[in-house]
Each structure stands twice: as C-alpha cells, then as structure tokens.
Write a protein that binds this ligand. Sequence first.
Ligand code: NAP
Length: 252
Amino acid sequence: MRHYGLIGKHLSHSFSANFFRVKFENEGIDADYALIELEDISTIRDVVAQRELSGFNVTIPYKESIIPHLDELTPEAKAVGAVNCVVVRGDKLVGYNTDITGIEASLEWLDMEHITRALILGTGGASKAVQYVFKRNNIAFSTVSRDAERGDYTYDALNADIIATHTLIVNATPVGMSPNKDDAPALPYEYLGAEHKVFDLIYNPATTLFLSRAEELGATTMNGILMLQTQAIASWHIWQRAYEEFKEGNIC
Ligand code: NAP
C-alpha cells in the first residue's frame, strides 16, 4: 500500500483528505491519504520515514518554510518560492507547485482574451503563484497591498480609473474566508461592471461577499474550487508518474 498525506498545522477541514479517499476507493487504488499536523516543519524527514510516505501535499503555514528541507525544486516551485506537492524519490524530497496548474485552469475557464490588465489583491504566497502565471502568459498586472511598500497600490488609492483599466481582479487574500463571511476586500465596488472578470481564490464559502457584490454589478465570477480540484489532480499525476518510474526501475 502507498501512503500519501497533507502536511499543515491545523487541518480539521481538509478538502484533500476526502478527495483522495473517494478517488482511491472509486478507482481501486491501494493507497491512503492522512492528515498530518506538524508543530514544527523541521521534523518532516522523520515523519516521511516513519509513515513511509510516497508523496505529500503541503499547506498553510509550511508552503515556504518547507523549502530548506527539500533536496530539489522544479523551476516553477523555485520561481514562486512555494511548494504544495512533494514527491519522495528514495531518500530525496522533490518539491513542486501545482497551485500554478490550478490557477492556469481557472484563468482558462474565465477566458483571458479581452483582459487588458489584472489587479491582484494581496502579496502573499498565493499572490506570488498568480503573479508567476500572469508573467508566463504575458498578462500585465498590478498588485494591491495594505502596505505601500509591498504592492503597486494601497486599497485607499484605488479609484474609477484604476478599476476601469484592470478588467480582471483576483482576490489572493484570506478576506471573506469562512468564518469571516461578512468581510470583503476594500474595493470601490461601484466602478465594477459587465466588462470585469473577478476571481476569488477562496473556496469556502463558494460565493464570497466579494464575488456576490461583483456579480450584482454584472461581472463574470469564478471561485477557488476549480483551482483546488486541479491542484489535487495535478499532485496525483506527479505522484503516479513517480510511482510508474519506480516500478519500471528507472529510480532506485
Ligand atoms: P496569506 O499568506 O495568509 O495571505 C495572503 C496575503 O493577503 C497577505 O500577504 C496580505 O497581503 C493579504 N492579507 C492578509 N490578511 C489580510 C487582511 N486582513 N486584509 C487585507 N489583506 C490581507 O495567504 P495565502 O496562502 O497567500 O492564501 C491567500 C488565499 O488564497 C487564502 O484565502 C487561501 O485559502 C486561498 N488559496 C486558495 C487555493 C485554492 O486551491 N483555491 C490555494 C492557495 C490559497 P498584504 O500584507 O500585502 O496586504
């Protein structure tokens, strides 16, 4: 039996555990997926050895702090500076970023054809993955931060002109995430309209206040569920490929 899991700090509400349990059951795959709460990421190698993990996902707050404990990173994970999927190859841990795949799938669904410029709210790990995808796809963007030094704009500076010239707005902050469902990013919503596309990385609730306000003004909206599902499927493909290579004897 193969063993996989999710490494994080507080994991009581995990989409991934259920996703992989159902997948393994439906497809008759002899594997399990455990929720592994760690107080300290420096114990990761012991955990991998004890649990005989073949691979694992990584979530808040360890997506960046796990990097010094890995042996290799893909160029994408290196460029973003965050890892959410790890393959165990013998005694080597290899870090990937499949959030990127999830973001690309969501943007494809939203259709970027008429997007002139994007506005990304927040400057944390998820924002960096979105920025990487925009750079790779030649989509111009600006960032918004609470701190003038971290972003191109602060929330106070946003006006009709800025909203009109940024036809895609991405929420890469936790503002509006359950249980704080009554919160929404501090935008001048009155300037949003049918020409806007709005993508919230949050998946719980499925419709955040940010999305419902934008929808009322005619914008096209997208939540974080497709991103979440796509990054999980991409992780599975990476683990499965590593397993096939191992079986064929290409990896010792
Ligand atoms: P994070 O590091 O905790 O926060 C991201 C950024 O949001 C921060 O750097 C900060 O930027 C801004 N921020 C934080 N608290 C704020 C507040 N109270 N008001 C305004 N801005 C605030 O989180 P993350 O890991 O990047 O994730 C961000 C969101 O994306 C979360 O809701 C997460 O659940 C979601 N996410 C979804 C998926 C998916 O698969 N759908 C995957 C990854 C993440 P400034 O300090 O510059 O303002």
